[in-house]
Design a protein around this ligand. Sequence first.
Ligand code: FMN
Length: 184
Amino acid sequence: MVTNATIEALLGRRSIRKFKDEAIDDDTRATLETVAQHAASSQFLNDWSAIRIIDPAIKAKLAEFGHQPYIATAPLLYVFVIDEHRNARIAERKGIDPASDEFHLKYSYRFTQAQNDAVLALHAMETAAYSLGLGCVILGSLLNNIPGLIDVLNLPEYTYPVLGLAIGKPDQNPTVKPRMPRTM
Ligand SMILES: Cc1cc2nc3c(=O)[nH]c(=O)nc-3n(C[C@H](O)[C@H](O)[C@H](O)COP(=O)(O)O)c2cc1C
């Protein structure tokens, strides 16, 4: 094996579900968000968004949807969404009907590629957070209540939730889970 700081951050990664009650400073947050934006994007459509949840009442609601109380305690909490809404508005301004064949929204390919974009952006942010000594947990559990999530986040047409990401200073030190032998 060869190693460097990036590889060490990736090999030391494990989910953190208990956070110190300390805010993440603005520079760190800006860095994490910028890193996420630098992930690859299918056809460079950038058809994802990350919504930062700051309202404690909404955090509590998301914890309820996910049946995981630690969601509400995350100093930084994002919901990554497929976002064709922004591109649809841009297309409309250029005189293209988003519902038309020309805009390709009706094809599952666009949906899955946008989902891939969102996941890659989330993973870039997660890796950057670990490299800075922060801890994270990815939150699929939010999708236990997709209609509720769409409602509470007021998600517009042509958007769809993908995953949450909770970030904070770790207040636990779980071991890295063993992986299968690589040849498997
Ligand atoms: C798509 C996805 C969804 C996940 N959803 C949750 C979740 O809702 N709550 C949670 O506590 N962990 C969640 N996890 C974390 C996994 O449980 C965790 O990555 C896995 O058990 C391996 O442990 P490790 O991250 O410590 O290596 C999720 C992970 C992924 C990749």
